[in-house]
Design a protein around this ligand. Sequence first.
Ligand code: SAH
Ligand code: MG
Length: 201
Amino acid sequence: MKDFSALLEEMEAYGRINRVPIINEQGLPVLLATVREKKPHRILEIGTAIGYSALLMAKEAAADVEIDTLELSEERASLAREYISRSPYSDRIRIHIGDAGENIQKLAGKYDFVFIDAAKGQYPDYFRKIYPLLTEKATVVADNVLFRGYVMGKVEYPRRFKTIVKRLREYIDLVTKSNEFATVIREDGDGLAISQRLPKE
Ligand code: SAH
Ligand code: MG
């Protein structure tokens, strides 16, 4: 485990230097506490980056966990593959390179945990596409839903973020108004939406 924490530190340093947007120190404990509580067996992650959150989720999930993680950038995916190969979880994590919106549709469920952390303008689309792949007790966590305070706050956002802000508001609406999910919005980090699927009546 000493090697594992050294590996994570190396990844954190790489992320800092190369500006890879891995989940931040405030958001991470919220994600990991949720994984620890739910102990999922099959996780779908949308947005691998260099594999940091995938490795940490693997550690907190059920011992037999299998993680499918989706990443557009070939460069990041190969770095992730490299880092993951040096971890105790190399046989637990599969990386799928390409556009997540397309690759989700090639996956066969069922997933009891989904972590959405890729293109913010695509969150509503991701949610609709993962829906048929969820188990009845699935949990869906989405990172960056409050995007620098632009989404729910009164902070004026730069024009270039107009679509992202609109789509994140749409995502929050989708998961909070659904009577199939109970959703909590956490303000930690860049904001996380934790949606728990409710038992059918
Ligand atoms: N979950 C990671 C961070 C992911 S950062 C962690 O916390 O460690 C978001 C990632 O989503 C980036 O690496 C980016 O390349 C990827 N991404 C952006 N658009 C995407 C798309 N359309 N399909 C798949 N991945 C995408
Ligand atoms: Mg994120």
